[in-house]
Design a protein around this ligand. Structure first.
Ligand code: C2O
Ligand code: CU
Ligand code: CU
Length: 511
């Protein structure tokens, strides 16, 4: 079914109000439910999962340093909306099908509030996972202003829970940012991009089998998933009417596997001002931005010379990335449309300052520990391909134990043929560099022979990150400091089909 593009308005996602203020904490209730929502004019209402009746969930909008607590309530039915593969670790036959635990991606929080994959629970906490400790999560928000997002993280079914709709945006604002005079209020708009496929009756389609089907497992996890339809803020190919002025857009790739290389149909350059963990040092003028799953980009689009134009946000990233199929120009090659038809409401006094923030990098020489971590391709017991980190699995002994307060350099040695967006909980990091190396030689000898020059990260990657693209045949190095909490946290590939299929490991920050 081909849906007509640009017939529905871009939904402005509601902002969640706290339900109470207890001991100086704002207290939020986020109720996970199943309901029907119209995702396109010509599509019957789709059964989705969401928070407080919205897919994607309402925006939690907080100020830096303002403590909040959130009760993520599982009010979901006991039957899953999508096919559950019970051969996946954590999703076995004897555990309940519908389990949830919410993680705030990019947040600095204690392990008990981080949404550990084994800290899941069912409706009304009737059954809880082995690492479940508490019902109410605390978010101190003691970190830079940034666009974060919350999403489900239940072991073995994260891809399905997020695909069903369990994700939303969380914005930390810093009043100090006001001095920058960036576009704000109605001119500061989050764009949450996801790809989906639909059945004729409007229901979500998610594959229950690999192609060709696995003879031993049914339903089976797939290597990756690419929907044929693009949604922004929960609407299929929406349009947004804009004024001829500057806008700030917070773009979040909330897709399971799809990368987007975004650009504008009029080839207009634009400024990227922020990345995963907030503002860049200075704006970066660019014509395109590559976003892997979970990466974010904040941009300023200036429509002031575009009166009357329809400008389309396009995508030309292959899938899987970087050795996959071209996008279809009429479908996945398009994201949304801007119509510059509104009259200027008031003068646009917003600015694009030369200097946005200061970034003081860690020094590599201060790194106590340097780790080489391979990204491998392997096979599971059913003959299905799977990807691993450090050739290990989730339940293996934990080898990575950084000391509290220490700086480490991690080098991802990508032996596979895919780019993996590697995400580490708790910390934000800086990308040091990338370099190509001889993969075959490494596989034979375990030794690295580099085959190209050291490449600095892209200009728009030179800010604080929590997710980094590790390309095939390349070494990708990042530097970070393990503060301020001790305990167990996951790190993983953010291609959700990889994450669910063992491309995730715990690490432990120790005293
Ligand atoms: Cu966005 Cu561990 O996740
Ligand atoms: Cu995270
Ligand atoms: Cu991956």
């Amino acid at each position: 079914m081909l849906l007509t593009k640009y017939v529905d308005k871009l939904p402005i996602i509601p902002t969640q109000q706290p339900s109470d203020k207890i001991d100086g904490f704002y207290y939020y209730k986020m109720n996970m439910q199943q309901f029907k929502q119209k995702l396109h004019r010509d599509l019957l209402p789709t059964t989705v999962w969401g928070f407080n009746g919205n897919y994607p969930g309402p925006i939690i909008d907080v100020k830096r340093n303002q403590n909040i607590s959130v009760k993520w309530i599982n009010n979901l039915p006991s039957k899953h909306l999508l096919p559950v593969d019970t051969t996946i670790h954590g999703a076995e036959k004897d555990v309940p099908r519908v389990r949830t635990v919410t993680h705030l991606h990019g947040a600095v929080v204690q392990p008990e509030s981080d949404g550990y994959p084994d800290a899941w629970y069912t409706n009304d906490y009737k059954v809880v996972g082995p690492k479940f400790t508490r019902e109410v999560y605390e978010y101190p928000n003691r970190q830079r202003a940034a666009t974060l997002w919350y999403h489900d993280h239940a072991i073995g079914i994260t891809r399905l829970n997020i695909y069903a709709g369990l994700a939303g945006i969380y914005i930390i604002r810093d009043p100090a940012e006001n001095f920058l005079c960036l576009p704000k209020g109605d001119y500061d708009i989050p764009l949450f991009i996801q790809d989906r496929s639909f059945n004729d009756d409007g229901s979500l389609f998610y594959p229950s089998q690999t192609d060709p089907p696995n003879p031993h497992v049914n339903p089976s996890i797939v290597h990756d998933f690419f929907g044929d339809t693009i949604l922004v803020n929960g609407m299929v190919w929406p349009y947004l009417e804009v004024e001829p002025r500057k806008y700030r857009f917070r773009i979040i790739n909330g897709s399971n596997s799809r990368f987007y290389n975004i650009y504008l149909s009029n080839k207009q350059p634009f400024y990227q001002i922020g990345t995963d963990q907030g503002l860049l040092k200075s704006p970066v003028l660019t014509k395109e931005i590559l976003l892997a799953p979970a990466e974010r980009a904040e941009v300023i689009l200036d429509f002031s010379r575009c009166w009357g134009q329809n400008i389309v946000l396009l995508n030309n990233a292959v899938s899987p990335y970087p050795r996959g199929e071209e996008v279809d120009e009429d479908t996945t090659g398009q994201i949304m449309q801007f119509r510059v038809v509104k009259h200027l409401n008031r003068m646009d006094y917003s600015l694009i300052p030369h200097r946005l923030t200061c970034i003081t990098p860690w020094n590599e020489n201060d790194a106590k520990v340097k780790r080489d971590l391979t990204l491998d391709r392997s096979e599971d017991q059913y003959g299905r391909g799977l990807m691993l980190l450090d050739n290990r699995r989730w339940m293996d002994k934990i080898l990575i134990k950084p000391q509290l307060g220490s700086i480490e350099v991690w080098k991802f040695v990508n032996l596979s043929n895919a780019t993996h967006p590697i995400h580490i909980h708790l910390v934000d990091f800086l990308v040091l560099d990338r370099q190509s190396f001889d993969v075959e030689h490494y596989k034979e000898t375990g030794k690295i022979i580099t085959t190209g020059p050291v490449k600095l990260p892209d200009l728009n990657e030179r800010g604080w990150k929590d997710t980094v693209r590790a390309n095939p045949g390349e070494l990708t190095r990042i530097i970070m400091k393990f503060v301020p909490y001790t305990g167990l946290y996951p790190w993983h590939c953010h291609i959700l089909e990889h994450e669910d299929h063992e491309m995730m490991l715990p690490y432990e920050v120790i005293y």
